[in-house]
Design a protein around this ligand. Sequence first.
Ligand code: NAD
Length: 502
Amino acid sequence: MSTITDVRHYPMYIDGQWVDADERADVIDPATAEVIGTVPMGGVADTDRAVAAALAAHRRGDWRSRTPEERAEVMERIVEILNERMDDLVELHVRENGVTIRQAMAFHVGYAISHLQYFADLARSYEFERSGKLLSYPTAAAGLIRREPIGVVAGIVPWNFPLLLAIWKIGPALAAGNCIVIKPDLQTPLTLLEFARAAEEAGLPAGVLNVVTGDGPEVGGRLADHPDVRKIAFTGSTAVGREIQARASVNVKRTTLELGGKGPNVILEDADLDTAVDAALFACCLYQGQACESGTRLILPSCLHDEFVERMVRRAADIRLGDPADFDTDMGPIINAKQKQRILDYIALAETEGATVAYRGTAPDGPGFWVAPTILTDVTNDMTVAREEIFGPVLCVLKADTVAEAIAIANDTEYGLSAGVWSEDVDAALDVARQLESGTVWVNDWHMVNAEYPFGGYKQSGLGRELGPHALDEYTEEKFIHIDLSRDKSRRVYDIVLPESS
Ligand code: NAD
Protein backbone atom coordinates (compact mmCIF):
# COMPACT_ATOMS: atom_id res chain seq x y z
CA MET A 1 0.00 0.00 0.00
CA SER A 2 1.02 3.58 -0.53
CA THR A 3 2.93 5.42 2.15
CA ILE A 4 1.47 8.75 1.02
CA THR A 5 -1.13 9.32 3.65
CA ASP A 6 -0.91 13.09 4.01
CA VAL A 7 -2.91 15.50 1.87
CA ARG A 8 -0.38 17.61 0.01
CA HIS A 9 -1.09 21.29 -0.68
CA TYR A 10 0.93 22.61 -3.59
CA PRO A 11 1.38 26.18 -4.84
CA MET A 12 1.99 26.77 -8.55
CA TYR A 13 5.32 27.92 -10.00
CA ILE A 14 5.53 31.27 -11.77
CA ASP A 15 8.68 33.35 -12.36
CA GLY A 16 10.70 31.30 -9.89
CA GLN A 17 8.12 31.90 -7.12
CA TRP A 18 5.71 29.46 -5.52
CA VAL A 19 2.38 31.25 -5.64
CA ASP A 20 -1.17 30.61 -4.47
CA ALA A 21 -4.61 31.66 -5.70
CA ASP A 22 -7.85 32.62 -3.93
CA GLU A 23 -9.45 29.27 -4.78
CA ARG A 24 -8.00 25.76 -4.66
CA ALA A 25 -8.95 22.54 -6.46
CA ASP A 26 -8.90 19.07 -4.93
CA VAL A 27 -6.85 16.27 -6.47
CA ILE A 28 -8.67 12.96 -6.08
CA ASP A 29 -7.15 9.46 -5.93
CA PRO A 30 -9.27 7.58 -8.49
CA ALA A 31 -8.76 4.28 -6.64
CA THR A 32 -10.29 5.52 -3.39
CA ALA A 33 -12.12 8.73 -4.36
CA GLU A 34 -10.22 10.42 -1.51
CA VAL A 35 -8.58 13.84 -1.67
CA ILE A 36 -4.79 13.45 -1.84
CA GLY A 37 -3.82 17.03 -2.61
CA THR A 38 -4.90 20.52 -3.55
CA VAL A 39 -3.58 23.04 -6.06
CA PRO A 40 -4.36 26.69 -6.81
CA MET A 41 -7.09 27.53 -9.32
CA GLY A 42 -4.95 29.85 -11.41
CA GLY A 43 -6.67 32.06 -13.96
CA VAL A 44 -6.01 34.43 -16.84
CA ALA A 45 -4.03 36.91 -14.68
CA ASP A 46 -1.71 34.11 -13.47
CA THR A 47 -1.27 32.87 -17.04
CA ASP A 48 -0.41 36.38 -18.21
CA ARG A 49 2.12 36.73 -15.38
CA ALA A 50 3.72 33.42 -16.34
CA VAL A 51 3.95 34.39 -20.02
CA ALA A 52 5.40 37.81 -19.09
CA ALA A 53 8.01 36.12 -16.86
CA ALA A 54 8.93 33.69 -19.64
CA LEU A 55 9.22 36.51 -22.17
CA ALA A 56 11.37 38.61 -19.82
CA ALA A 57 13.68 35.63 -19.16
CA HIS A 58 13.90 35.02 -22.90
CA ARG A 59 14.68 38.65 -23.70
CA ARG A 60 17.32 38.82 -20.96
CA GLY A 61 18.90 35.74 -22.51
CA ASP A 62 18.93 33.92 -19.16
CA TRP A 63 18.64 30.55 -20.87
CA ARG A 64 19.04 30.95 -24.63
CA SER A 65 22.48 32.58 -24.28
CA ARG A 66 23.85 29.53 -22.47
CA THR A 67 25.66 27.03 -24.65
CA PRO A 68 23.83 23.80 -25.49
CA GLU A 69 26.34 22.01 -23.24
CA GLU A 70 25.47 24.30 -20.30
CA ARG A 71 21.76 23.73 -20.88
CA ALA A 72 22.32 19.98 -21.04
CA GLU A 73 24.18 20.08 -17.72
CA VAL A 74 21.25 21.76 -15.93
CA MET A 75 18.83 19.28 -17.50
CA GLU A 76 21.02 16.44 -16.28
CA ARG A 77 20.97 17.83 -12.75
CA ILE A 78 17.16 17.68 -12.95
CA VAL A 79 17.45 14.05 -14.13
CA GLU A 80 19.67 13.27 -11.11
CA ILE A 81 17.22 14.84 -8.65
CA LEU A 82 14.27 13.03 -10.23
CA ASN A 83 16.14 9.73 -10.01
CA GLU A 84 16.83 10.36 -6.32
CA ARG A 85 13.09 10.97 -5.79
CA MET A 86 11.93 8.15 -8.01
CA ASP A 87 10.06 6.27 -5.25
CA ASP A 88 8.11 9.31 -4.13
CA LEU A 89 7.33 10.33 -7.72
CA VAL A 90 6.07 6.85 -8.53
CA GLU A 91 3.82 6.79 -5.48
CA LEU A 92 2.49 10.23 -6.19
CA HIS A 93 1.83 9.23 -9.77
CA VAL A 94 -0.03 6.09 -8.72
CA ARG A 95 -2.16 8.16 -6.39
CA GLU A 96 -2.91 11.03 -8.73
CA ASN A 97 -3.85 9.09 -11.83
CA GLY A 98 -4.49 5.51 -10.76
CA VAL A 99 -1.78 3.87 -12.85
CA THR A 100 -0.47 0.63 -11.39
CA ILE A 101 2.87 0.85 -9.66
CA ARG A 102 4.57 -1.48 -12.16
CA GLN A 103 3.42 0.67 -15.07
CA ALA A 104 4.31 3.90 -13.26
CA MET A 105 7.86 2.69 -12.70
CA ALA A 106 8.37 1.46 -16.25
CA PHE A 107 6.41 3.94 -18.37
CA HIS A 108 4.95 6.95 -16.63
CA VAL A 109 7.92 7.95 -14.48
CA GLY A 110 10.71 5.72 -15.82
CA TYR A 111 10.25 6.93 -19.40
CA ALA A 112 9.74 10.52 -18.23
CA ILE A 113 13.20 10.64 -16.66
CA SER A 114 14.99 8.76 -19.44
CA HIS A 115 13.29 10.90 -22.09
CA LEU A 116 14.50 14.06 -20.32
CA GLN A 117 18.01 12.61 -20.49
CA TYR A 118 17.47 12.02 -24.23
CA PHE A 119 16.62 15.70 -24.72
CA ALA A 120 19.72 16.75 -22.75
CA ASP A 121 21.78 14.56 -25.11
CA LEU A 122 19.97 16.10 -28.08
CA ALA A 123 20.96 19.61 -26.89
CA ARG A 124 24.57 18.48 -27.32
CA SER A 125 24.24 16.75 -30.68
CA TYR A 126 21.74 19.02 -32.45
CA GLU A 127 23.10 21.13 -35.29
CA PHE A 128 22.17 24.63 -34.09
CA GLU A 129 24.43 26.34 -36.64
CA ARG A 130 25.65 25.34 -40.05
CA SER A 131 27.84 27.41 -42.35
CA GLY A 132 28.85 27.09 -45.95
CA LYS A 133 30.03 28.85 -49.07
CA LEU A 134 27.27 29.98 -51.43
CA LEU A 135 28.40 28.50 -54.73
CA SER A 136 25.58 29.95 -56.79
CA TYR A 137 26.14 33.54 -55.67
CA PRO A 138 28.16 35.62 -58.18
CA THR A 139 30.45 37.18 -55.56
CA ALA A 140 32.26 35.61 -52.64
CA ALA A 141 29.78 35.08 -49.87
CA ALA A 142 29.15 32.92 -46.89
CA GLY A 143 25.87 31.64 -45.54
CA LEU A 144 25.01 30.79 -41.98
CA ILE A 145 21.97 28.68 -41.23
CA ARG A 146 20.96 28.87 -37.60
CA ARG A 147 18.25 27.19 -35.57
CA GLU A 148 17.26 29.65 -32.87
CA PRO A 149 14.84 29.28 -29.97
CA ILE A 150 11.33 30.43 -30.78
CA GLY A 151 10.88 32.38 -27.53
CA VAL A 152 7.95 31.65 -25.24
CA VAL A 153 6.36 28.27 -25.85
CA ALA A 154 3.34 26.83 -24.07
CA GLY A 155 2.47 23.24 -23.26
CA ILE A 156 -0.93 21.82 -22.38
CA VAL A 157 -1.04 18.22 -21.17
CA PRO A 158 -3.79 15.72 -20.30
CA TRP A 159 -4.22 13.59 -17.20
CA ASN A 160 -3.21 10.20 -18.59
CA PHE A 161 0.60 10.57 -18.72
CA PRO A 162 0.94 13.90 -16.92
CA LEU A 163 4.69 13.90 -16.28
CA LEU A 164 5.84 12.05 -19.40
CA LEU A 165 3.83 14.18 -21.82
CA ALA A 166 4.97 17.36 -20.05
CA ILE A 167 8.59 16.27 -20.50
CA TRP A 168 7.94 15.70 -24.21
CA LYS A 169 7.36 19.48 -24.30
CA ILE A 170 9.65 20.81 -21.57
CA GLY A 171 12.61 18.67 -22.73
CA PRO A 172 12.87 19.93 -26.32
CA ALA A 173 11.84 23.46 -25.28
CA LEU A 174 14.71 23.71 -22.78
CA ALA A 175 17.21 21.89 -24.98
CA ALA A 176 16.55 24.42 -27.75
CA GLY A 177 16.84 27.43 -25.40
CA ASN A 178 13.18 28.44 -25.09
CA CYS A 179 11.21 29.51 -22.01
CA ILE A 180 8.04 27.56 -21.33
CA VAL A 181 4.68 27.93 -19.59
CA ILE A 182 3.00 24.60 -19.01
CA LYS A 183 -0.49 23.70 -17.87
CA PRO A 184 -1.22 20.28 -16.40
CA ASP A 185 -4.72 18.87 -16.19
CA LEU A 186 -6.33 19.85 -12.88
CA GLN A 187 -6.89 16.17 -12.05
CA THR A 188 -3.17 15.30 -12.19
CA PRO A 189 -0.96 18.32 -11.50
CA LEU A 190 1.16 16.97 -8.64
CA THR A 191 4.03 15.16 -10.37
CA LEU A 192 4.59 18.13 -12.68
CA LEU A 193 4.81 20.48 -9.68
CA GLU A 194 7.35 18.08 -8.17
CA PHE A 195 9.23 18.35 -11.46
CA ALA A 196 9.24 22.16 -11.13
CA ARG A 197 10.69 21.81 -7.62
CA ALA A 198 13.49 19.63 -9.01
CA ALA A 199 14.12 22.14 -11.82
CA GLU A 200 14.38 25.00 -9.33
CA GLU A 201 16.83 23.02 -7.18
CA ALA A 202 18.86 22.14 -10.28
CA GLY A 203 19.40 25.85 -10.92
CA LEU A 204 17.05 26.53 -13.81
CA PRO A 205 16.75 30.35 -13.89
CA ALA A 206 13.49 31.99 -12.78
CA GLY A 207 10.91 32.42 -15.55
CA VAL A 208 12.37 29.72 -17.81
CA LEU A 209 9.84 27.13 -16.61
CA ASN A 210 6.42 28.13 -15.29
CA VAL A 211 3.64 25.77 -14.21
CA VAL A 212 0.15 27.26 -14.05
CA THR A 213 -2.58 25.11 -12.53
CA GLY A 214 -6.19 25.99 -13.28
CA ASP A 215 -9.27 25.44 -15.36
CA GLY A 216 -8.57 23.96 -18.83
CA PRO A 217 -10.54 26.33 -21.05
CA GLU A 218 -9.52 29.39 -19.00
CA VAL A 219 -5.76 28.84 -18.59
CA GLY A 220 -5.33 26.68 -21.71
CA GLY A 221 -7.50 29.02 -23.78
CA ARG A 222 -5.46 32.03 -22.69
CA LEU A 223 -2.23 30.25 -23.66
CA ALA A 224 -3.70 29.49 -27.08
CA ASP A 225 -4.72 33.15 -27.54
CA HIS A 226 -1.76 34.92 -25.98
CA PRO A 227 0.14 36.99 -28.57
CA ASP A 228 3.49 36.51 -26.80
CA VAL A 229 3.25 32.71 -26.89
CA ARG A 230 4.93 31.86 -30.19
CA LYS A 231 4.36 28.11 -30.14
CA ILE A 232 1.89 25.82 -28.45
CA ALA A 233 2.33 22.08 -27.93
CA PHE A 234 -0.92 20.38 -26.99
CA THR A 235 -1.71 16.80 -26.08
CA GLY A 236 -5.34 15.89 -25.52
CA SER A 237 -8.58 15.18 -27.29
CA THR A 238 -9.12 15.90 -30.97
CA ALA A 239 -12.06 18.19 -30.11
CA VAL A 240 -9.96 20.48 -27.89
CA GLY A 241 -7.01 20.20 -30.30
CA ARG A 242 -9.16 21.61 -33.11
CA GLU A 243 -10.14 24.54 -30.90
CA ILE A 244 -6.50 25.21 -29.90
CA GLN A 245 -5.44 25.16 -33.55
CA ALA A 246 -8.19 27.62 -34.53
CA ARG A 247 -7.32 29.99 -31.71
CA ALA A 248 -3.57 29.70 -32.27
CA SER A 249 -4.04 30.55 -35.94
CA VAL A 250 -5.20 34.08 -35.04
CA ASN A 251 -1.63 35.11 -34.29
CA VAL A 252 -0.02 32.38 -36.44
CA LYS A 253 1.46 30.40 -33.56
CA ARG A 254 3.37 27.28 -34.37
CA THR A 255 1.44 24.24 -33.13
CA THR A 256 2.11 20.62 -32.39
CA LEU A 257 -0.99 18.60 -31.66
CA GLU A 258 -0.97 15.07 -30.24
CA LEU A 259 -4.59 13.96 -30.29
CA GLY A 260 -6.82 10.92 -30.07
CA GLY A 261 -6.54 7.50 -31.65
CA LYS A 262 -8.49 4.38 -32.58
CA GLY A 263 -5.59 2.01 -33.13
CA PRO A 264 -6.17 -0.93 -35.50
CA ASN A 265 -4.35 -4.12 -34.57
CA VAL A 266 -4.15 -6.32 -37.68
CA ILE A 267 -3.51 -10.03 -37.16
CA LEU A 268 -2.33 -12.00 -40.17
CA GLU A 269 -3.09 -15.71 -40.51
CA ASP A 270 0.48 -16.80 -39.73
CA ALA A 271 0.83 -14.73 -36.53
CA ASP A 272 2.28 -16.38 -33.45
CA LEU A 273 -0.97 -16.66 -31.53
CA ASP A 274 0.60 -17.26 -28.13
CA THR A 275 2.15 -13.82 -28.26
CA ALA A 276 -0.53 -12.06 -30.32
CA VAL A 277 -3.34 -13.01 -27.92
CA ASP A 278 -1.54 -11.54 -24.90
CA ALA A 279 -0.39 -8.56 -26.92
CA ALA A 280 -3.93 -7.77 -28.09
CA LEU A 281 -4.97 -7.47 -24.45
CA PHE A 282 -1.82 -5.51 -23.57
CA ALA A 283 -2.45 -3.14 -26.50
CA CYS A 284 -5.96 -2.40 -25.27
CA CYS A 285 -5.66 -2.59 -21.47
CA LEU A 286 -2.41 -0.79 -20.60
CA TYR A 287 -3.37 1.95 -18.13
CA GLN A 288 -6.98 0.78 -18.29
CA GLY A 289 -7.17 1.64 -21.99
CA GLN A 290 -6.61 5.32 -21.22
CA ALA A 291 -3.70 5.70 -23.62
CA CYS A 292 -4.02 7.51 -26.94
CA GLU A 293 -1.94 4.85 -28.70
CA SER A 294 -4.05 1.91 -27.42
CA GLY A 295 -4.93 -0.87 -29.83
CA THR A 296 -8.71 -0.76 -29.58
CA ARG A 297 -9.80 -2.29 -32.90
CA LEU A 298 -8.58 -5.86 -33.23
CA ILE A 299 -8.94 -7.02 -36.84
CA LEU A 300 -8.86 -10.82 -37.06
CA PRO A 301 -8.82 -13.09 -40.11
CA SER A 302 -12.29 -14.74 -40.16
CA CYS A 303 -10.68 -18.19 -40.06
CA LEU A 304 -8.88 -17.41 -36.76
CA HIS A 305 -11.65 -15.40 -35.12
CA ASP A 306 -13.26 -17.96 -32.83
CA GLU A 307 -10.04 -19.50 -31.55
CA PHE A 308 -8.40 -16.11 -31.00
CA VAL A 309 -11.40 -14.74 -29.08
CA GLU A 310 -11.67 -17.88 -26.97
CA ARG A 311 -8.00 -17.64 -26.00
CA MET A 312 -8.28 -13.92 -25.25
CA VAL A 313 -11.30 -14.46 -23.01
CA ARG A 314 -9.36 -17.07 -21.03
CA ARG A 315 -6.35 -14.74 -20.64
CA ALA A 316 -8.47 -11.68 -19.81
CA ALA A 317 -9.90 -13.58 -16.85
CA ASP A 318 -6.35 -13.62 -15.35
CA ILE A 319 -6.17 -9.81 -15.20
CA ARG A 320 -6.29 -8.65 -11.56
CA LEU A 321 -7.96 -5.32 -10.84
CA GLY A 322 -7.35 -3.59 -7.53
CA ASP A 323 -5.18 -1.24 -5.50
CA PRO A 324 -2.78 0.25 -8.07
CA ALA A 325 -0.09 0.62 -5.40
CA ASP A 326 0.02 -3.17 -4.99
CA PHE A 327 2.73 -4.84 -7.10
CA ASP A 328 0.38 -7.75 -7.89
CA THR A 329 -2.27 -5.52 -9.46
CA ASP A 330 -2.53 -5.56 -13.25
CA MET A 331 -5.20 -2.90 -13.78
CA GLY A 332 -6.22 0.07 -11.67
CA PRO A 333 -9.17 2.46 -11.74
CA ILE A 334 -10.55 4.82 -14.36
CA ILE A 335 -9.62 8.47 -13.87
CA ASN A 336 -13.01 9.77 -12.67
CA ALA A 337 -16.70 8.95 -12.28
CA LYS A 338 -17.70 10.78 -15.47
CA GLN A 339 -15.22 8.87 -17.59
CA LYS A 340 -16.31 5.58 -16.00
CA GLN A 341 -19.94 6.29 -16.91
CA ARG A 342 -18.92 7.30 -20.43
CA ILE A 343 -17.21 3.92 -20.95
CA LEU A 344 -20.21 2.01 -19.58
CA ASP A 345 -22.49 4.00 -21.90
CA TYR A 346 -20.34 3.00 -24.89
CA ILE A 347 -20.62 -0.69 -23.94
CA ALA A 348 -24.41 -0.41 -23.63
CA LEU A 349 -24.60 1.42 -26.97
CA ALA A 350 -22.47 -1.28 -28.63
CA GLU A 351 -25.00 -3.91 -27.57
CA THR A 352 -27.84 -1.77 -28.91
CA GLU A 353 -26.01 -1.46 -32.24
CA GLY A 354 -25.58 -5.26 -32.52
CA ALA A 355 -22.25 -6.09 -30.85
CA THR A 356 -21.90 -9.01 -28.43
CA VAL A 357 -20.19 -8.77 -25.04
CA ALA A 358 -17.91 -11.81 -25.34
CA TYR A 359 -16.20 -11.05 -22.03
CA ARG A 360 -16.74 -8.67 -19.14
CA GLY A 361 -14.43 -9.00 -16.13
CA THR A 362 -15.30 -8.26 -12.53
CA ALA A 363 -14.67 -4.75 -11.30
CA PRO A 364 -14.08 -4.03 -7.60
CA ASP A 365 -17.03 -2.46 -5.80
CA GLY A 366 -16.53 1.20 -4.91
CA PRO A 367 -14.99 3.38 -3.63
CA GLY A 368 -13.09 4.59 -6.65
CA PHE A 369 -14.00 4.35 -10.32
CA TRP A 370 -13.73 0.92 -11.88
CA VAL A 371 -14.45 -0.66 -15.24
CA ALA A 372 -13.43 -4.26 -15.91
CA PRO A 373 -11.81 -5.27 -19.22
CA THR A 374 -14.48 -5.91 -21.83
CA ILE A 375 -14.24 -7.71 -25.18
CA LEU A 376 -16.86 -6.90 -27.81
CA THR A 377 -17.34 -9.20 -30.80
CA ASP A 378 -19.64 -8.88 -33.85
CA VAL A 379 -18.39 -5.32 -34.15
CA THR A 380 -18.52 -3.72 -37.58
CA ASN A 381 -16.51 -0.66 -38.46
CA ASP A 382 -19.57 1.56 -38.84
CA MET A 383 -20.62 1.08 -35.19
CA THR A 384 -20.07 3.98 -32.80
CA VAL A 385 -17.66 1.93 -30.66
CA ALA A 386 -15.48 1.27 -33.69
CA ARG A 387 -15.41 4.92 -34.73
CA GLU A 388 -15.13 6.91 -31.50
CA GLU A 389 -12.36 6.91 -28.92
CA ILE A 390 -13.74 5.20 -25.77
CA PHE A 391 -10.65 5.68 -23.60
CA GLY A 392 -11.31 2.62 -21.47
CA PRO A 393 -10.49 -1.12 -21.43
CA VAL A 394 -12.93 -2.02 -24.21
CA LEU A 395 -11.64 -4.09 -27.11
CA CYS A 396 -13.65 -4.11 -30.35
CA VAL A 397 -13.10 -7.26 -32.39
CA LEU A 398 -13.71 -7.07 -36.16
CA LYS A 399 -13.39 -9.74 -38.87
CA ALA A 400 -11.77 -9.56 -42.30
CA ASP A 401 -11.71 -12.22 -45.01
CA THR A 402 -8.59 -10.93 -46.74
CA VAL A 403 -5.52 -8.85 -45.86
CA ALA A 404 -6.75 -6.13 -48.24
CA GLU A 405 -10.05 -6.00 -46.37
CA ALA A 406 -8.21 -5.80 -43.02
CA ILE A 407 -6.15 -2.85 -44.29
CA ALA A 408 -9.27 -1.11 -45.61
CA ILE A 409 -10.98 -1.49 -42.22
CA ALA A 410 -7.84 -0.32 -40.40
CA ASN A 411 -7.63 2.85 -42.51
CA ASP A 412 -11.36 3.60 -42.42
CA THR A 413 -11.14 6.04 -39.50
CA GLU A 414 -10.55 9.73 -38.93
CA TYR A 415 -7.65 8.82 -36.64
CA GLY A 416 -4.10 7.71 -37.49
CA LEU A 417 -1.94 7.64 -34.39
CA SER A 418 -0.87 4.02 -33.91
CA ALA A 419 -1.40 0.65 -35.52
CA GLY A 420 0.02 -2.85 -35.33
CA VAL A 421 0.47 -5.89 -37.51
CA TRP A 422 1.29 -9.44 -36.43
CA SER A 423 2.93 -12.01 -38.66
CA GLU A 424 5.82 -14.47 -38.61
CA ASP A 425 6.66 -13.26 -42.12
CA VAL A 426 8.43 -9.91 -41.77
CA ASP A 427 8.01 -9.12 -45.49
CA ALA A 428 4.26 -9.63 -45.27
CA ALA A 429 4.08 -7.55 -42.08
CA LEU A 430 6.12 -4.73 -43.64
CA ASP A 431 3.89 -4.76 -46.68
CA VAL A 432 0.88 -4.14 -44.42
CA ALA A 433 2.79 -1.63 -42.27
CA ARG A 434 3.54 0.49 -45.33
CA GLN A 435 -0.15 0.64 -46.21
CA LEU A 436 -1.45 1.63 -42.78
CA GLU A 437 -2.26 5.34 -42.43
CA SER A 438 -0.66 5.83 -39.06
CA GLY A 439 2.18 7.80 -37.44
CA THR A 440 3.44 4.67 -35.71
CA VAL A 441 3.10 1.05 -36.81
CA TRP A 442 4.36 -1.69 -34.52
CA VAL A 443 5.27 -5.02 -36.11
CA ASN A 444 4.79 -7.83 -33.58
CA ASP A 445 4.73 -5.35 -30.69
CA TRP A 446 2.69 -2.55 -29.12
CA HIS A 447 3.10 0.53 -26.85
CA MET A 448 6.82 0.78 -27.62
CA VAL A 449 7.24 4.55 -27.55
CA ASN A 450 10.95 5.24 -27.67
CA ALA A 451 12.52 8.69 -27.22
CA GLU A 452 14.65 8.06 -30.30
CA TYR A 453 11.66 7.58 -32.61
CA PRO A 454 9.23 10.29 -33.74
CA PHE A 455 5.72 10.07 -32.31
CA GLY A 456 2.61 11.72 -33.72
CA GLY A 457 -0.47 11.26 -35.79
CA TYR A 458 -1.76 11.08 -39.35
CA LYS A 459 -5.16 12.61 -40.12
CA GLN A 460 -7.06 13.94 -37.10
CA SER A 461 -4.66 12.33 -34.62
CA GLY A 462 -2.46 15.37 -34.77
CA LEU A 463 0.05 17.65 -36.31
CA GLY A 464 3.84 17.50 -36.04
CA ARG A 465 5.96 14.97 -34.18
CA GLU A 466 7.34 14.77 -30.67
CA LEU A 467 10.49 12.82 -29.74
CA GLY A 468 13.07 11.57 -32.24
CA PRO A 469 16.23 13.19 -33.58
CA HIS A 470 14.28 16.04 -35.21
CA ALA A 471 12.29 16.97 -32.09
CA LEU A 472 14.12 20.29 -31.72
CA ASP A 473 13.04 21.37 -35.23
CA GLU A 474 9.57 21.93 -33.74
CA TYR A 475 11.07 24.20 -31.04
CA THR A 476 13.37 26.33 -33.19
CA GLU A 477 13.09 28.95 -35.91
CA GLU A 478 15.37 28.57 -38.89
CA LYS A 479 17.34 31.71 -39.73
CA PHE A 480 19.56 32.34 -42.70
CA ILE A 481 22.35 34.92 -42.46
CA HIS A 482 24.03 36.03 -45.66
CA ILE A 483 27.52 37.55 -45.41
CA ASP A 484 28.96 39.23 -48.48
CA LEU A 485 32.71 38.76 -48.50
CA SER A 486 33.42 40.36 -51.83
CA ARG A 487 35.61 43.43 -52.28
CA ASP A 488 34.78 43.52 -55.99
CA LYS A 489 32.18 46.25 -56.21
CA SER A 490 31.87 45.84 -60.00
CA ARG A 491 30.32 42.43 -59.55
CA ARG A 492 27.56 43.63 -57.29
CA VAL A 493 24.01 43.51 -58.62
CA TYR A 494 22.87 46.90 -57.33
CA ASP A 495 22.96 48.28 -60.89
CA ILE A 496 19.69 46.49 -61.53
CA VAL A 497 18.10 49.40 -59.63
CA LEU A 498 20.76 52.08 -59.31
CA PRO A 499 22.53 53.89 -62.14
CA GLU A 500 26.31 54.06 -61.96
CA SER A 501 27.41 56.72 -59.50
CA SER A 502 29.09 59.68 -61.10
P1 NAD B 1 -8.77 17.08 -23.08
O1 NAD B 1 -8.63 17.51 -24.50
O2 NAD B 1 -10.08 17.21 -22.45
O3 NAD B 1 -7.74 17.91 -22.14
C1 NAD B 1 -6.38 18.00 -22.44
C2 NAD B 1 -5.81 19.25 -21.80
O4 NAD B 1 -6.44 20.39 -22.38
C3 NAD B 1 -6.06 19.36 -20.30
O5 NAD B 1 -4.95 19.98 -19.70
C4 NAD B 1 -7.27 20.28 -20.21
O6 NAD B 1 -7.34 20.99 -19.01
C5 NAD B 1 -7.01 21.22 -21.38
N1 NAD B 1 -8.20 21.84 -21.94
C6 NAD B 1 -9.48 21.40 -21.87
N2 NAD B 1 -10.29 22.24 -22.55
C7 NAD B 1 -9.50 23.22 -23.06
C8 NAD B 1 -9.75 24.36 -23.87
N3 NAD B 1 -10.97 24.66 -24.30
N4 NAD B 1 -8.71 25.13 -24.21
C9 NAD B 1 -7.45 24.82 -23.81
N5 NAD B 1 -7.15 23.77 -23.04
C10 NAD B 1 -8.16 22.96 -22.67
O7 NAD B 1 -8.21 15.60 -23.04
P2 NAD B 1 -8.16 14.62 -21.80
O8 NAD B 1 -9.52 14.08 -21.58
O9 NAD B 1 -7.48 15.28 -20.65
O10 NAD B 1 -7.17 13.50 -22.34
C11 NAD B 1 -7.60 12.45 -23.10
C12 NAD B 1 -7.37 12.72 -24.57
O11 NAD B 1 -6.00 12.99 -24.81
C13 NAD B 1 -7.71 11.53 -25.41
O12 NAD B 1 -8.41 11.93 -26.56
C14 NAD B 1 -6.35 10.97 -25.80
O13 NAD B 1 -6.34 10.22 -26.97
C15 NAD B 1 -5.55 12.21 -25.92
N6 NAD B 1 -4.12 11.92 -25.77
C16 NAD B 1 -3.33 11.97 -26.89
C17 NAD B 1 -1.98 11.66 -26.80
C18 NAD B 1 -1.11 11.69 -28.02
O14 NAD B 1 0.12 11.70 -27.86
N7 NAD B 1 -1.64 11.71 -29.21
C19 NAD B 1 -1.44 11.29 -25.58
C20 NAD B 1 -2.27 11.23 -24.47
C21 NAD B 1 -3.61 11.57 -24.59
